[in-house]
Write a protein that binds this ligand. Sequence first.
Ligand SMILES: Cc1cc2nc3c(=O)[nH]c(=O)nc-3n(C[C@H](O)[C@H](O)[C@H](O)COP(=O)(O)OP(=O)(O)OC[C@H]3O[C@@H](n4cnc5c(N)ncnc54)[C@H](O)[C@@H]3O)c2cc1C
Ligand SMILES: Cc1cc2nc3c(=O)[nH]c(=O)nc-3n(C[C@H](O)[C@H](O)[C@H](O)COP(=O)(O)O)c2cc1C
Length: 441
Amino acid sequence: MTPRLLAAALIILAWAIMTLWITRRAYKQPVHPSDGRAPDASAIAVIYASQTGTAHDLAQRTASSFGDQARLVPASTLDPSNLVQYRTALFIVSTYGEGDAPDMAQTFLEKMAALPLESRPLQGLETAVLGLGDRSYDNYCGFGRHVEQWLHAAGARSLFPMVEVDRGDAQALEIWRNRLDEVFDIKLNIDMDYPSWRLAHREVSNPGSLGRPCHELHLTPLDQPMPFWSAGDIAEVCIGDTDLRRDYSVASIPQEGVVRLLIREHYLPDGEPGRGSQWLTQTIQPGSVVKLRLRSNPSFHVDCERPAVFIGNGTGIAGLRALLKQRIEAGRRDNWLLYGERQRHCDLHFADDLLNWKKDDWLARIDLAFSRDQATKRYVHHLMRENAQEMRNWVAKGAVIYVCGSRTGMAADTDLALLEILGTMGYADLSARNGLKRDVY
Ligand SMILES: Cc1cc2nc3c(=O)[nH]c(=O)nc-3n(C[C@H](O)[C@H](O)[C@H](O)COP(=O)(O)OP(=O)(O)OC[C@H]3O[C@@H](n4cnc5c(N)ncnc54)[C@H](O)[C@@H]3O)c2cc1C
Ligand SMILES: Cc1cc2nc3c(=O)[nH]c(=O)nc-3n(C[C@H](O)[C@H](O)[C@H](O)COP(=O)(O)O)c2cc1C
């Protein structure tokens, strides 16, 4: 190598290292104050159960505010009979499905049910519960309420009544902050920062579709370097100047230099447009400023060590695209995508990427179902059943299955298909090895 070439290579290397350092520094992930430390009779356990990252984020911030006193404990690792090893247990839990526990808390829930309560096994433990939920669901804060009742029945002493947070309501979070301040004399740092982004580009992704329009948005950071995020993370967007926020799966990875979202226009039963989707897809125009924060969503992060099966429909392709892109960057070719929409000629979002990835063998398989392209409706769960043996082969090779898209319909149907294909034991094994990850809404 000539000296000039060597100098050029060194400059490029220094630039790459600096870019990586800046992006990682900009991604201010709160520290895990207590990971891996043993329970302690004087310690405060901050226990979280989260599906899409909000409870996890709040738990990290709460634990950080206590400093050395706190242990951050994911519900997935918690045995309820060990709770008495702590002085205090603060539960920060969301509700998922139809009033259910988040996926990561399923085993904890089973252990809760198995613990005999007659002897009041949690006597002496002080507790408080922060329940996250959404009032538009029938079973508002169902899991949080269940945890609170169970703690009471097990003899724990409640420090104050459960605080319930409807869709991130700032006033309810203020109550949580004040209660902890009164009891522990700490200043809780849970203020969320929403940096400014510019809407750089927006286009309809499915012109001519029988379905509602979907818009692809590109956002670039204003007054800040490009932050770091992982595929599977969520963009939490402030809707105008209101106190309203909406979540969207990020479709891109940081190396692409842009946050890409795929947003479907939403209409309420009375025909009124949804406030969030209307603002993002119609009210604002390219060039407008959008306040947005990227929320880590560890339950949907991608595994680059094992084969991967991606299953989704509609805007669910956004989250799946980011996961695929990250795996491709990591050199993985053992990717299988099963995807459903309405019409082939207009509803294959990110078509260029998907077809090129297939052509270049980055997708080992792609199976598509378009429900309106033939007389009989075809959905993604039909593709799964038609390829049942192949699905079993992938799972036997250790594949992780990622499901992204509609909660109603697709999520339940694919779950049922998976149960049929793998059998009860196979399905349980897959869940036990954390091989089924969902981002459905
Ligand atoms: C983790 C996650 C990822 C997501 N990713 C995407 C994505 O990639 N793309 C995408 O298009 N969407 C995504 N969504 C959905 C998105 O966050 C919004 O829910 C969607 O855009 C509709 O919001 P809206 O404000 O337009 O409608 P809203 O005005 O919120 O109406 C939506 C629904 O909320 C209920 N609702 C609203 N107000 C009331 C009320 N007063 N009383 C009773 N019920 C009410 C109704 O059931 C209504 O159908 C995601 C959601 C989550 C949780
Ligand atoms: C698929 C789905 C199902 C949900 N089901 C409920 C529910 O039954 N009851 C409720 O109060 N909230 C429900 N929610 C709202 C969440 O609990 C709320 O958005 C919470 O802030 C999410 O926290 P997390 O990000 O930690 O999971 C649901 C949200 C989603 C995406």
